[in-house]
Design a protein around this ligand. Structure first.
Ligand code: P1T
Length: 389
């Protein structure tokens, strides 16, 4: 596709960044495994010299992701955590980050256990009130970082309002868009400086790749991120880039199915007597429902809920499931269920988990695209096991 302007997301997901291979006419982007590229003379090459610096399969993926997010530039990494680290490496010792209180445990760990020792400080807060975000900005703040919907409490933060705060303060806004994907939410359209992804999740969609990406239209930031990609070297393999490109082709249909399935399951859970509370932005009672409806094209496929009976009940529930696999991660075609306090968010201090509501009874579901009634039956099996424990 020569110019991605003016095409719908479903079309971009299949064609952006890609064109038939000129050497063979192959319709699918080739997986270029070469680590190095011939030069006609020193410094004279066809745009690629060494695969850490650039690779044609990676370029295709970066083009496709950038088009989907409405960004000028795409920079991909070997994991979502590598993408997050690259963003933080654009800052320097003494800088400060204002961070959403509810983020993936591994993201918190990068802030707390890696970047802190290099002199980067951060303040975590619930960003439901953008005025509180403005109040948390210090003279040395350089970045606001948030997830929406957030992991695992499915909080919704107003990207446009927080982008306004960022703009007034002259700081960057990074939105981790992993849970929504560009099919449901485009942070750059709402004023964010960059959209960050774990491509491991919905973008690849089949639980067989670990990867990450940053999408931005800021030329200077993109140049720095490309430099860091090459210099720090956390690059994705050409094979993994191909796999994500392949997964992206069905992103639109998958996301519509994830949303439809999750809506039904959230309704079902909200009426279940063993469920104390459901966290799903598609439910009218969710505190972020209105903002979510405004900034998203659908509430997504992730649900968390509080099961009655604490850890024993949660454990019996998770063990009894047959279709939902008890596993970390999310966003694949297959349904997953997990226990955030023990699994994905174990690196958060116990007090922080308690303050967020990540307790012993909290279960997070990644609703896959299996038959909805089979999924419901599976959850009923889990509830029966929790009752019988
Ligand atoms: O696992 P990795 O590709 O490095 O991505 C990290 C990451 C970044 N951002 C969000 C919102 C994430 O959810 C993740 C990874 N999350 C899980 C593995 C999980 O089960 O929540």
């Amino acid at each position: 596709m020569r110019d991605p302007q003016g095409f719908a997301l479903d079309t971009l997901a299949i064609h952006a960044g890609q064109s038939p291979d000129p050497s063979s006419g192959a319709v699918m982007t080739p997986i270029v495994l070469a680590s190095t590229f011939v030069q006609d003379g020193p410094g004279v090459h066809q745009g690629y010299d060494y695969s850490r610096a650039g690779n044609p399969t990676r370029t295709a993926l970066e083009g496709c992701l950038a088009a989907l997010e409405g960004a000028k530039h795409g920079i991909t990494f070997g994991s979502g955590c590598a993408a997050t680290t690259a963003v933080l490496l654009t800052l320097k010792t003494g800088d400060h980050v204002v961070c959403g209180d509810d983020v993936y445990g591994g993201t918190f760990r990068i802030f707390d256990k890696v970047m802190k020792q290099w002199g980067l400080s951060s303040t975590s807060l619930d960003m439901s009130d953008p005025a509180k975000v403005a109040a948390a900005i210090k003279p040395n703040t350089r970045l606001i970082w948030l997830e929406t919907p957030s992991n695992p409490m499915l909080k919704i933060f107003d990207i446009a309002a927080i982008a306004d705060v960022a703009k007034k303060a002259g700081v960057m806004l990074a939105v981790d868009n992993t849970f929504a994907t560009p099919m449901l939410q485009r942070p750059l359209d709402l004023g964010a400086t960059m959209s960050v992804h774990s491509t491991t999740k919905y973008l690849n969609g089949h639980s067989d790749v670990v990867g990450g990406a940053v999408l931005t239209s800021d030329d200077a930031l993109a140049e720095r991120l490309h430099f860091l990609q090459k210099s720090v070297g956390g690059v994705p393999s050409p094979f993994d880039c191909y796999m994500v490109l392949r997964g992206l082709k069905t992103l639109g249909v998958r996301m519509r199915q994830h949303v439809e399935g999750a809506r039904g399951i959230a309704e079902f859970l909200s009426k279940h007597e063993q469920v104390k509370r459901v966290y799903y932005p598609g439910l009218a009672g969710h505190p972020g429902h209105a903002v979510g409806a405004r900034q998203m094209r659908g509430p997504g496929g992730m649900i968390s809920f509080e099961l009655d009976g604490g850890l024993q009940a949660a454990s019996a529930f998770l063990k009894a499931l047959e279709i939902f696999a008890c596993a970390e991660s999310l966003g694949g075609v297959e349904s997953l269920a997990e226990h955030p306090a023990i699994m994905t968010h174990a690196s958060l201090p116990a007090e922080a988990r308690a303050a967020l509501g990540i307790g012993d009874g909290l279960i997070r579901l990644s609703v896959g695209i299996e038959d909805a009634s089979d999924l419901r039956k599976d959850l009923e099996t889990g509830f029966a096991a929790a009752r019988a424990r």
